[in-house]
Design a protein around this ligand. Structure first.
Ligand code: SAM
Length: 280
């Protein structure tokens, strides 16, 4: 059956050579390790963009990405390939640790930084913020919260902070009223983080493959469900750079399905998905 926009060519357009090229581009520019077997996913994600641009094939699309000096099409490619899946209080053990151990330790300090690296659409940094607000009360102002992602599309959503109301299911009692406003009229069924809370998160675009040694030393780095897409060598380089950005005694929290097996680093293992830089 003929599909609109010359899709016949694109549908048959992800050969071995194209997959290798996309794989190499993704690995070089943002660390993504597209394993063989991901062809169907890559194909589905890119075919849509080929159609939007009215191109004839994925091979043509790859050429267009390479030729685009603005880098915008490369960013779209990244947006199409990376998954932004996330949720409030995802992996709740980390938030229990934050509440019961990390924040009480940090509470007496005049200031400290927490970084959500790969923050996607914002649920992770807002969960950190609300947990800290509950625990620190009037001392919340000591916490600086940085949230970064490579995807500008995810960051726009994070800053807008509008979510379907059902995403709040499972949050502690009182949180929805305290931290969110309910949409009305056209926004019925949506909720939005209240502006005074949105203003407390510093959202920035940052590709973790690029230099971040200019960032301040962090008390806690959340980098969860991001490294899962990177190969071991890339993970190791990144963990070492995180280590450099942690203050002595600082914490690195990674996704529970990630693990740093086979990755050489100087951090102490605390519990699954929790590491700590040795105190000075
Ligand atoms: C699955 S989401 C995880 C979100 C959140 N940390 C969580 O655990 O719920 C992965 C995020 O990592 C981001 N990402 C992937 N590669 C990246 C890179 N090289 N630099 C920065 N962010 C990246 C993606 O854009 C995506 O938003």
């Amino acid at each position: 059956m003929k599909q609109p926009g010359g899709m016949q060519g694109a549908a048959a357009g992800l050969g071995e050579r194209e997959f290798r090229e996309v794989r190499e581009l993704a690995r070089r520019t943002f660390g993504l390790d597209l394993k063989p077997g991901k062809e169907a996913l890559v194909h589905a994600r890119l075919a849509r963009r080929v159609q939007e641009l009215g191109l004839g094939s994925i091979a043509e699309y790859i050429e267009a990405v390479k030729a685009d000096r603005t880098g915008l099409e490369l960013e779209r490619l990244i947006n199409a390939l990376a998954t932004n899946h996330t949720s409030f209080l995802r992996e709740p053990q980390h938030f229990a640790l934050l509440r019961e151990r990390i924040l009480p330790e940090l509470a007496p300090r005049a200031s400290f930084w927490i970084w959500s690296a790969g923050c996607s659409t914002g649920e992770e940094p807002y969960s950190i913020l609300f947990t800290a607000a509950e625990r620190l009360g009037a001392r919340l102002g000591a916490m600086r919260l940085l949230a970064t992602d490579i995807s500008t599309r995810a960051l726009e959503k994070a800053q807008a902070a509008i979510y379907p109301a059902e995403r709040l299911q499972g949050l502690p009692p009182g949180w929805p009223q305290k931290y969110f406003q309910r949409g009305t009229g056209r926004w019925e069924g949506s909720v939005r983080v209240k502006p005074e809370w949105r203003a407390r998160v510093d959202f920035r675009r940052l590709n973790l493959m690029e230099d971040f040694s200019f960032l301040p030393r962090m008390a806690v780095i959340f980098c969860r469900n991001v490294m899962i897409y990177f190969d071991k060598a890339t993970q190791e380089r990144l963990v070492r750079r995180f280590e450099d950005r942690l203050e002595p005694g600082g914490w690195l929290l990674i996704g529970h399905s990630e693990g740093l097996m086979g990755v050489r680093h100087g951090l102490e293992y605390v519990m699954p998905a929790v590491y700590r830089k040795p105190a000075a």
